[in-house]
Design a protein around this ligand. Structure first.
Ligand SMILES: C[S@@+](CC[C@H](N)C(=O)[O-])C[C@H]1O[C@@H](n2cnc3c(N)ncnc32)[C@H](O)[C@@H]1O
Length: 194
């Protein structure tokens, strides 16, 4: 049996069930990903907790060497099929985020890491080490101010207001926005030069 820590086996089952029920399968990238990534020179990109791969696929289509990592076998299966149909090469990793980041930090840091709609709070301290020098982190997710949390969603998945702005002190903040319970961050690692 696979030992899972931060991403638990029950998280995997829950997400597998959601994908099997047809949830989370939009191909439409989040506008923030397009806004930011369209301006970057393509390199190696990691779509972390990337689900059915809408961002990894968009990145692959735009010249990035894209890796999609997620807990969910079902999410990855959808992404793999889409990549095959579109004839894009997509690297797939089925594992909790902590393993993806440890692997990247040790072997192959990324020029871009994208995290959308997934709170990986326990990974915040190590995430920068998975970025190559000058690499970019794009992070977008909900805070506890979001309407969904007054409508009964579990706060387990929510940032504190202002939390994302302070989450990566080792990185330089390029852009931060927070409105209507959604926080968006772009931050960059140092080049190591001078
Ligand atoms: C709301 S979906 C977002 C998917 C994708 N980022 C998007 O915007 O379409 C959340 C995803 O996070 C994944 N996930 C949750 N916890 C995770 C963890 N600890 N490690 C890796 N993936 C995780 C789930 O399997 C699911 O695919």
């Amino acid at each position: 049996m696979t030992r899972m820590t931060n991403g638990t086996a029950s998280d995997r089952e829950r997400w597998n069930a959601k994908f099997l029920a047809g949830e989370g399968q939009s191909l439409e990238p989040d506008p923030f990903v397009i806004e930011v990534c369209a301006r970057l020179a393509p390199g190696r990109a990691l779509d972390l907790a990337g689900g059915a791969g809408r961002h990894a696929l968009w990145l692959a289509r735009h010249g990035w060497d894209a890796t999609l990592a997620d807990l969910s076998d079902e999410g990855l299966a959808i992404a793999g099929k889409r990549a095959e149909e579109a004839r894009f090469v997509l690297q797939l990793r089925r594992e909790p985020a902590e393993e993806s980041l440890a692997w990247a930090a040790a072997k192959a840091p990324f020029d871009l890491i994208v995290v959308v709609w997934c709170l990986l709070r326990e990974q915040f301290p190590v995430l920068p080490s998975a970025l190559a020098p000058g690499g970019t982190l794009l992070y977008k997710t909900r805070t506890s101010d979001h309407l969904r949390y007054t409508e009964g969603h579990s706060l387990r998945t929510a940032l504190q207001p202002g939390e994302l702005r302070m989450a990566f002190p080792a990185l330089k903040t390029i852009l931060y926005r927070e409105a209507n319970g959604v926080a968006e961050l772009v931050a960059r690692s140092g080049t190591g030069l001078g």
